[in-house]
Design a protein around this ligand. Structure first.
Ligand code: NAD
Length: 517
């Protein structure tokens, strides 16, 4: 395969990141020198084969775990603020390499260059957060019921944190986990998505350089590559006390069972089915911008993408017409070209799922009001570019209940008061992100109340996507219940210990129990 224009544009970025991409267009399914089969990194932007990456074998995995265990013995003894200093240096490197890494994210995954840069910015933000956190891993002290006794809680690192990540946020999700886990004193083994292995290698190289400069063992940050079978090596491994897994609900159910069977801890960040409620008191302009960005941003491949719009019947036609107009202005094409709003889906399997969803919604009685379709011709050779679609649908349709990872937006009406809209919003199996567009205080507060949204994220006059790192991120029900990123999410990466110290010459028992010899 000849090097395409987009490939040439990325080769400088690869060089800056220290990755040598060899032989575009070669090697599928053959074996590498050490016996692991090769994984191809193919860009959905133009179908270019960027490079092949060796899949980790079970023997190599053993070595990685031993390296991580050895590194943990060193890392856990380093004072947390000093670990924070290493994370600060890692962050300096991210700042320096923001553009090439953002470009690689865009090219390997297919999101827009702006979103690629945004993803690296999220890494930078969480590292800043983690540096401050390294001086705030506080435990509580409590008053003992016994005289001359002191009680307090302290937090210790867990050991190895296994990170399994999805293709759509190929670098940010790793850093949400790893920046916090590192300052907590853990070491990490990361299995990135098999669809985006190169961004994983780029991040590992950056981390390895920083650890080497500080004369610290590289095993503090480990990388394994491959598909779900490589992930299973970690989920089954009792030496990995915490598995943080991001991906589909289907994957999360398997991971939860495997990790649960060995009584390990899992932190699950799974699929969403996010809705915006549009009330009669909403601002139409803000609603349209929020809904369109939420539905078509990252080509509908965000866990927080807007999938459903629940619109009051009194304004339904007005909102619908404004959306159809806005969709008419969308530019679809190479995500490295900043003029385009929508890039490709990750691969042609994702395109098939998108097509099936459009067929299914019509079969179930829905109506397409912005017809989709797969784009062909110049610039669309990868076969991964689709037109964002809008369908009128009912919440109970099977396809609406299901997360389709593509730019398909379902419109539905509600009548009466906001409780009816909230019931529809909550009437799905997932519980990640939700939003209400309203200038009515009563409706907004009702939506945020205990009788309101059942999601992990509930926004007012903001769309469903685009969370900040300062808050805890995650969702309920089939979204898995995990929380990552800001707030007190760090606690999941540590084990809590309650300590009671007796500084008297007596040994009184709790609850006043008498035991005299
Ligand atoms: P996926 O479930 O196909 O794969 C995710 C990761 O899990 C990959 O690394 C894969 O190799 C691994 N994996 C799959 N089965 C496994 C198993 N049995 N054991 C161990 N590892 C296994 O998901 P995807 O297509 O890469 O990503 C899209 C999905 O991720 C969507 O459902 C999206 O909503 C979800 N997602 C959720 C969040 C969140 O924070 N809630 C964030 C990003 C993506």
């Amino acid at each position: 395969m000849a090097e395409t224009q987009a490939y040439t544009a990325i080769s400088e970025a690869l060089k800056a990141l220290g990755i040598e991409a060899q032989n575009p267009g070669t090697s599928t399914g053959s074996k590498s020198m050490n016996g692991g089969s090769l994984l191809d990194s193919v860009s959905p932007v133009d179908g270019s084969h960027i490079a092949s990456v060796t899949q980790t074998t079970p023997q190599e995995y053993e070595q990685v775990v031993q390296t991580a265990q050895e590194a943990f013995k060193v890392w856990r003894l380093m004072p947390a603020p000093q670990r924070g200093e290493v994370v600060r240096q890692f962050n300096e490197e991210l700042r320096r390499l923001k553009e090439p890494l953002g470009k690689l994210v865009s090219y390997e995954m297919g999101k827009s260059y702006q979103e690629g840069l945004g993803e690296v910015q999220e890494m930078i933000d969480i590292c800043d957060f983690a540096v401050g956190l390294s001086r705030q891993l506080h435990g509580l002290t409590m008053h003992s019921e016994r005289p001359g006794h002191r009680m307090y809680e302290q937090y210790h690192p867990l050991g190895i944190v296994g990170i399994i990540s999805a293709f759509n946020f190929p670098v940010a999700v790793w850093s949400w986990n790893t920046a916090l886990a590192w300052v907590c004193g853990d070491v990490c083994i990361w299995k990135p998505s098999e669809k985006t292995p190169l961004t994983g290698i780029a991040c590992q190289k950056i981390a390895a350089r920083v650890f080497a400069k500080n004369k610290l063992p590289e095993g503090i940050s480990c990388l394994i590559n491959g598909d779900y079978k490589v992930g299973e090596l970690m989920t089954q491994d009792e030496r990995v006390p915490l598995i943080s897994a991001t991906g589909s609900t289907r994957m999360g159910k398997q991971v939860a069972q495997t990790v649960g069977a060995r009584l390990g801890k899992s932190l699950l960040e799974l699929g969403g089915n996010n809705a915006i409620i549009v009330t009669p008191d909403s601002d139409l302009k803000m609603t349209v911008i929020g809904a369109v960005f939420g539905a078509v941003g990252t080509a509908g491949q965000r866990c927080t993408s807007t999938r459903r719009l629940i619109i009051h019947e009194s304004i339904y036609d007005k909102v619908k017409n404004a959306l159809v107009d806005a969709y008419g202005q969308l530019r679809i094409g190479n995500p490295l070209d900043e003029k385009n709003h929508v890039g490709p889906l990750i691969d042609t399997d994702a395109v098939k799922n998108y097509q099936k969803a459009l067929e299914k919604v019509v079969e179930e009685g829905g109506k397409l009001i912005v017809e989709g379709g797969v784009l062909e011709g110049e610039g669309y050779e990868s076969g991964c570019y689709v037109k964002p679609a809008i369908a009128e649908a009912e919440n109970h349709f099977e396809i609406v209940q299901h997360e389709t990872f593509a730019p398909v937006l379902y419109l539905m009406k509600y009548s009466g008061d906001v409780d009816n809209a909230i019931a529809l919003q909550n009437g799905v199996r997932q519980g990640l992100s939700s939003a209400i567009m309203t200038n009515n205080l009563r409706e907004a507060e009702r939506f945020l109340s205990v009788a309101g949204s059942d999601c992990g994220i509930a926004n007012v006059n903001i769309g469903t996507s685009g969370a900040e790192i300062g808050g805890a991120f995650g969702g309920e029900k089939e979204t898995g219940g995990g929380r990552e990123s800001g707030s007190d999410a760090w606690k999941v990466y540590m084990r809590r210990q309650t300590n009671t110290i007796n500084y008297t010459t007596e040994l009184p028992l709790a609850q006043g129990i008498k035991f005299d010899l």
